[in-house]
Design a protein around this ligand. Structure first.
Ligand SMILES: Nc1ncnc2c1ncn2[C@@H]1O[C@H](COP(=O)(O)OP(=O)(O)OP(=O)(O)O)[C@@H](O)[C@H]1O
Length: 619
């Protein structure tokens, strides 16, 4: 028997490990199963390259709870360790055997999927155990070894009579960590971290079959070959959908489509991303993208790794090239991570483009479910904006879908104003802006429906990228003024009459809310029209959706409206010709209320008074 001191510079490293190594104590199980997986895959590798002729067979890893004795066992059938190796790999903390193995078998081991490289994983066992034992027998056939350590730097190492190849780690669970002896807790951790690890993991048994045929079989908690580890050519649409269900068993909605990521140079990354149907409440997206390293779950916080606008997607990414245990700001500065993020953006854009090209009708039918993500991407990632010009869609209120180029082509003849600007008309709400939409359609204009929350920002961007093109909401002005053409209708009222009409109305409506304008329009057009100018409204919307105090301090701007009076309407003539001030005021009030009503602005007390007054008039 040997005994000695574990070779560390700090006298007692274990309290430190316990406190600081990982804030999450539960990851000890992930670390130990990773070691067991590594040991198994290393043996597989050695048999593949003919270094050993031991029978590899069908090895599994077993996790066993011994509640009575407060022990947790992790047993593998991997390559095991000789006494010297325990000495070297376990006693020399922070000397990682995985790295040495990879160094030695550099070229051939690259694709073997070996996980460990920090060299502290094993010691995370002391976060939950006050004593740890290792029983291990090397594939080399030497006598088995038994190592014991009670959390102080002293250990013992002696021979033992373990007969089978492999390693058994026994954790004597500490009093403050007894939860790790609960079956439900261990199952939860296995499912969280090891659901897709590459070696089968047994946790308990269950019965299968009926009656006399009933047999007890091992319960394997993982799928060692998840879809993302396969080639896209091996997978059908149904396989991708099944994998989605495997990832999110409580999710009933099917994904809209998937993107298979697969690259090994200049960094290694595999994965499958899914476009989910987004719920209206984006903050509700609770099933997030999961990050794995060689099939070991790491985190579902992929901020900084996946571009912001894609964090609403679901699925997995697996990359050994993402540095872990580092701060998020470091991540963002890491060159590899930036490349990974760019690659993901590009793949997503390419996939969208091919979906658009291959089946445009289908793509159009999905547009409403994906547009928020894409529009957000166009705003936040310049590269994505460039690619998206070929597939971003602008649906009209009557269900036609145009790309921006097609929209320009379809509208340029009728919607170019006298200064040569193409005016794209849009609505944000089909019902609320119904009368304006109809008026525009009657003129032969196309009205696109842009109703995502960030639309004001998007059209600002589109205007700055496209010369001589502006967006105007259908209700931003009277139909005749939306697209200013060179045609002046003659006014029925003389200049003097117009002046006095303006004065009469201005005296009756609050000046700080309404700007009164006279306009000679078709006599059949509405006599009083309220509109909110595009610029004012858009600035207000943008400052609201940017949060905080608002862009340019415009968050608190009062609502300002243009009140346009149609000087060719009968009502305008009546007001001028009516010399009785009381009835004149009454008809102006009535007209004002009707104009407000059509904008949805007549509310509360005003609405009650309006309804009452009109009923009275019917008496
Ligand atoms: N179950 C096991 N079977 C065989 N060797 C093992 C086993 N567990 C640990 N070892 C050996 O001990 C070494 C140290 O393990 P440890 O977990 O501390 O570091 P690592 O796995 O190399 O890196 P990481 O910190 O990323 O886990 C391993 O590299 C391996 O050589």
């Amino acid at each position: 028997m040997t005994s000695g001191k574990i070779n560390v510079t700090v006298e007692n490293i274990f309290p430190l490990i316990k406190k600081f190594l990982y804030s999450d104590h539960e990851i000890f199980l992930r670390e130990l199963i990773s070691n067991a997986t590594d040991a198994t895959l290393k043996l597989k590798h050695l048999t593949t390259i003919g270094e050993t002729d031991v029978e590899y067979g069908n090895p599994i890893i077993e996790v066993k709870i011994d509640k009575e004795n407060k022990k947790l066992h992790i047993i593998d059938q991997g390559l095991g360790m000789t006494k010297e190796e325990v000495e070297k790999y376990i006693n020399q903390v922070a000397f990682s055997g995985a790295e040495e193995f990879l160094e030695k078998y550099k070229d051939s081991a690259k694709d073997s999927g070996i996980i460990g490289h920090f060299g502290l994983g094993f010691y995370s066992a002391f976060m939950v155990a006050d004593k740890v034992e290792i029983f291990t027998k090397s594939y080399k056939g030497e006598a088995a070894a038994h190592w014991t350590c009670d959390g102080s730097p002293e250990y013992t190492l002696e021979a033992c009579d373990k007969a089978d190849r492999g390693t058994e780690i026994v954790l004597h669970i500490a009093e403050d960590s007894l939860e790790f002896l609960e079956e439900s807790k261990i199952r939860e951790l296995l499912v969280k971290y090891n659901k897709f690890m590459p070696v089968a993991i047994k946790f308990g048994t269950h019965e299968e079959g009926e009656g006399d045929d009933k047999v007890e079989v091992d319960t394997i908690i993982n799928n060692p070959t998840p879809a993302w580890t396969k080639q896209p050519s091996e997978l059908s649409d149904e396989d991708y959908k099944n994998f989605y269900r495997e990832l999110y068993p409580t999710q009933f909605e099917e994904p809209l489509f998937h993107i298979h990521l697969n690259v090994d140079y200049p960094f290694n990354l595999t994965g499958i991303l899914y476009f989910p149907k987004l719920s209206a409440d984006l903050s509700m997206q609770k099933d997030k993208i999961q990050l794995y390293q060689n099939q070991v779950f790491v985190t579902d916080n992929v901020e900084g790794i996946v571009p912001d606008f894609l964090t609403m997607l679901k699925g997995v990414i697996d990359s050994p090239d993402i540095p872990l245990n580092v701060s998020r700001s470091y991540l963002q500065a890491d060159g590899n991570v930036k490349k990974i993020s760019n690659y993901i953006t590009r793949k997503v854009a390419d996939k969208l483009k091919s979906l658009f090209n291959e089946n445009r009708e289908d793509f159009e039918s999905k547009w409403n479910d994906i547009k928020v993500v894409l529009e957000y991407g166009m705003l936040s990632e310049e590269k994505f904006y460039e690619k998206a010009t070929s597939f971003a869609l602008y649906p009209t209120v009557d269900g036609k879908y145009y790309t921006l180029e097609e929209l320009k082509e379809a509208t340029k003849d009728v919607q170019t104003d006298k200064d040569g600007n193409l005016v794209i008309l849009y609505a944000s709400n089909k019902d609320a802006q119904h009368s304006y939409i109809t008026a525009a359609q009657n003129k032969g204009y196309q009205v696109v429906l842009l109703d995502s929350p960030i639309v004001s920002h998007l059209i600002q961007k589109l205007e700055s990228e496209n010369e001589k093109m502006t967006f105007t909401r259908v209700d931003a002005d009277h139909i005749n003024n939306l697209i200013k053409k060179e045609e002046d209708t003659i006014s029925r009222l003389s200049e003097d009459e117009q002046k006095s009409l303006q004065e009469i109305v201005e005296n009756l409506v609050p000046k700080d809310k309404y700007t009164v304008k006279l306009e000679a329009m078709d006599s059949a057009d509405e006599p009083f029209i309220l509109t909110q100018p595009e610029f004012m409204r858009r600035m207000k919307e943008m400052s609201q959706s940017s949060g905080g105090g608002g862009m340019f301090g415009m968050g608190n701007l009062p609502e300002m409206y243009n009140l346009t009076i149609n000087t060719n309407s009968d009502l305008a003539s009546n007001i001028i010709n009516n010399k009785d001030e009381a009835t004149r005021s009454e008809s102006i009030k009535q007209a004002m209320d009707l104009a407000k009503l059509s904008q949805g602005l007549l509310k509360g007390e005003e609405l009650t008074a309006f309804v009452k007054r009109n009923f009275n008039n019917l008496k």
